[in-house]
Each structure stands twice: as C-alpha cells, then as structure tokens.
Design a protein around this ligand. Structure first.
Ligand code: AMP
Ligand code: ZN
Length: 470
C-alpha cells in the first residue's frame, strides 16, 4: 500500500484536538455528511459543508490512491416543514421534495462538487430505521410510549462524547415543558405517530414517521457500515443531532463508535447574522449564477476562510476570487502544455486540517513564480480543473477587466508598462482578502503596509479593494 506523501491532520470535535488521520480499513475510506431538508432552495451557507467535505474527499482520493473513497449525503425528505409547504401550496410531498432535491443537485454540481457515492432519502430507509429501533429496545436503550419510540438517554453512559455538553446543567436551566410520555427530559423521539392525513408508515408501534436523528444512523449502517472514518456537518449539528446519531448507533451496535473523526464547519454569515432561512438573509447559488458569477468563483470565495472559522459573505469575496481565477487562467493559457504536478508545500497546508487560506496563499506564490504545472496540479485538488473547461467569461469579468483598467491607468500616468506589477499587486490583494476572511488581521495589515512601502495605496470599498499609486 502506498503511504500518503504527508499526514492528514483533522480537528476532531469529539477529541477536541487535531489528530492524524488513519483509515480504519486497508481498502476503503468512508465519509458521511448530513445533507439538506428538501423543502425549498438551499442557500450558499448550506453549500459550505458540501464544498468543504468535497475538498476533503478530493484530498483523500489524492493521498490514498489504493483506497476506495465511499461517501454518503442524505436528503431529509420527511419533515414538518416539508408537510407544511405541501399543504400551503396544495402540492404532494413528493412534488416538493423532488423539486428541492433537483435544485440541490444542480447547485452542488455548479459549485464543482462531486456527487456522493450514495444520496439516500429518509423515505427509502424506513425499514432500516425500524430495525434499528427494535435493536435499541431489545438492548434496553429505547422504549415505546403512546405511539412514540424514545431513546433512553440515561441508559447510555457515553452520552455526550461528541459534544461534551453537560446535560445536568441544561436541565436545571431549561424551562421547556417535558412531554408526559418521556421518562427523562433529554430522551429524544425516534418515531412519532402520524395523524390521519399525515404521511406515515406502519410499524410495530402503530402508523407513524421517524424523528430527524434516526435517518442518518440507519443510512450510515446501510450504506457505509457500523463505524465510518469521518462524519461531517455544520457546527449547529454537533448537538443534539450528532450526539443523538452517535448514541443511537453506538448503543445499537454494542459499543462500536459511529465515526472515528467528527468534523464540523463554521457558519457562513451575511450581514450581522448566520445565513439562514428563518432570518431571511439568504443568497442562493442560482441567484449568483444568474448575476453572472461562475460556480468556481463561488467555490473559491468559500475557501478563503478556514472551514472551522466563521466566513462573512461579501461581494468583495467574489470580486477577489474572480480576480484570482482570472490570473490563474491567464498564466495557464500561456503555458497550456505545462505538466500538472502537486506542490508539497500546498499539500502540507491543505493536509493541516484543510488549511485552505494557507494553501491558497501557496497557490498565489506559485502563480507569482509562474510555476504553471504546480499551480494547475495543486488547484485540481481543490476542484479547479483548468484543462477540462471551456472558459466562458460572465458579464462580471471583473478580474481581467479590472487589471486592464489598472494597467491603462498606470501606463497613462507614467508612460511605462507595469503589467507584471499589476499581476503581483492583484495577487497580494487576494492574499490580503483571504487573510481578512480568515481573521488573520496581522497578515492583512502586513500586506497593506508592504504595498504602501512600494507606493501602492489600497482602498477598501463596497465592491472590493481597489488600489492607486501614491
Ligand atoms: P439544514 O438544511 O439546515 O439541515 O442544513 C444542511 C447543512 O448546512 C448542515 O450541515 C448545516 O449545518 C449547514 N448549514 C446551514 N446553515 C449554514 C450556514 N449559514 N453556514 C454554514 N453551514 C450551514
Ligand atoms: Zn445527520
């Protein structure tokens, strides 16, 4: 077996530290990422995990060529929000979920994300969920009450191992009324009864439907196995969703852990708040594409902050991502025959807990030194495939246009050709934007100061950073 050229280290939420990744099996690596509830169009925040775990998957494919990398991402297609939407719009549930699923697949593809090996729907996994509840009841970890099936949290001595929440404190501080059929306030619903007119499936506990947490446990067991290598999702899923998934699977499987690594991405915010449908501050992939942005630009913008850090979505991020891609394309177009290779410094940066800001800084430096082969080969691991694409310039081709404008201004002012300077300045501005997005203000300030020392003054405006000579 080929050993990876550099260790991949990943921050494991359960261990609360970075650990060196090692596949549990010699021939297969398994990864599961929680997917969307399909009742409306997902926003770009929902695609942060999609992109982040796509990058991890591509890194694993590169580093473990002898392994099969098997992934799954679910579609939650039974949920109260879906039922509400179908009722309000007088449509069937299948109609609502099929439409939203189609949008999600289209948007994920536009962002350059590989389709998962398995994309199971909750409604296709009901039999496996019922079997898992039966196993849990048989082992004394779940109980049936009034048409419900509940997980008995007190029966699991290891409850809390993913999120490290202190349940006693939460009970003391909570004022939520506890449903009468629960033995314990923290017991969670795995199955609930469906009234007439509501969708439901026959089960040993009557006609009903699953609670949200159970589907992921059942899908993982069905498609990937008892213990997977990596489980991912957004930070909002750590508790209760992932804690409950972990408890269900571990207790149904006599203590076998659900995942060896638990990874969680930070939130994408827009304005003051986390981007979310309930706040209403959402931006969708199709709206950005309609505005002339390319999927790869959105993808690159998303990588400018480290995946565990918050990322504030701004127009500036897209402008800088576009400028960076344009620069790369210009370089690559000049040397189309350059043989792709993967730069080790880039690989090290990315392998350090998916350090995309440092990895992108390295790509900028490869671009500056015109190492086209290494730029091309390394960027491919981030999902940017320059060879395979016909370049279509959208109406917002700011990167190139901006540089040309700058160049004309400089040439006009001094009568000299500063084309090389312009590329270098653009590149440094991109690095500074990435540093700011990663909250690395020391680096951002250093770049501004360095440029100032060269007589280049940066101005941050609503449409991005512009510059002029002093
Ligand atoms: P949901 O459809 O809300 O269950 O979300 C699907 C996935 O997107 C989950 O992994 C969430 O954690 C993630 N997610 C939702 N909103 C955001 C956001 N604003 N930033 C980053 N990830 C998010
Ligand atoms: Zn899940």
């Amino acid at each position: 077996m080929t050993a990876p050229s550099t260790d991949i280290r990943l921050y494991d939420t359960a261990a609360r530290e970075k650990r060196v990744f090692a596949p549990a099996n010699s021939d297969r690596i398994t990864m599961y990422v929680c997917g969307p509830t399909v009742y409306s169009r997902a926003h770009i925040g929902n695609f942060r995990p999609e992109i982040v775990f796509d990058i991890l998957r591509r890194l694993l494919i590169h580093q473990y060529p002898d392994h099969e990398i098997v992934t799954a991402r679910n579609f939650t297609d039974i949920d109260d929000k879906i039922m509400d939407r179908a009722r309000t719009e007088d449509r069937t549930i299948e109609d609502v979920t099929a439409e939203a699923e189609g949008w999600y697949r289209d948007d994920a593809a536009a962002l350059g994300c590989l389709a998962p090996t398995f994309a199971p729907r909750a409604t296709e996994t009901i039999g496996e969920m019922i079997a898992m509840m039966e196993a849990l009841i048989a082992r004394g970890h779940a109980y049936a009450a009034e048409g419900h099936v509940l997980f008995d949290v007190a029966s699991d001595g290891d409850y809390g191992r993913v999120s490290h929440r202190d349940l006693d404190q939460m009970v003391a501080g909570s004022r939520v009324e506890v449903a009468p059929y629960k033995k314990n306030a923290h017991d969670f619903v795995m199955w609930k009864p469906s009234a007439e007119g509501q969708p439901g499936w026959d089960s040993p506990w009557g006609r009903g439907r699953p609670g949200w947490h159970l589907e992921c446990s059942a899908m993982i067991e069905k498609h990937l196995g008892r213990t997977i290598d990596i489980h991912g999702g957004g930070q909002d899923l750590i508790f209760p969703h992932h804690e409950n998934e972990s408890a269900q699977s571990r207790c149904a499987h006599d203590g076998a852990p659900l995942a060896n690594f638990w990874l969680h991405n930070g939130f994408l915010s827009f304005g003051k708040d986390k981007m979310s449908k309930s706040v209403g501050n959402v931006v969708t992939v199709d709206a950005l594409l309609a505005a002339g942005h390319r999927g790869e630009t959105i993808r690159l913008a998303m990588l400018m902050a480290h995946y565990r850090q918050p990322l504030e979505w701004t127009e500036d991020l897209l402008v800088q991502a576009k400028a960076t891609l344009d620069r790369w394309y210009r370089l690559i177009e000049k040397k189309p025959a350059a043989e792709a290779s993967v730069d080790l410094e880039f690989l090290d940066a990315l392998s350090n807990d998916l350090g995309t800001p440092a990895a992108l800084a390295r790509l900028s430096s490869l671009a500056r030194s015109k190492d086209v082969g290494a730029l091309k080969g390394s960027a491919a691991i981030l999902g940017f495939n320059f060879d395979a694409q016909e370049r279509v310039r959208g109406p917002h081709a700011l990167g190139q246009g901006q540089s040309v404008r700058h160049q004309q201004r400089i040439s006009g002012a001094s009568g000299e050709n500063h084309g090389a300077d312009v590329a270098a300045i653009d590149s440094l501005i991109s690095e500074r934007t990435a540093a700011k997005a990663a909250r690395d203000f020391a680096t951002a300030d250093r770049i501004r100061d360095e440029l100032a020392a060269d007589g280049i003054l940066l101005e941050d405006g609503p449409n991005g950073t512009t510059w002029r000579r002093t």
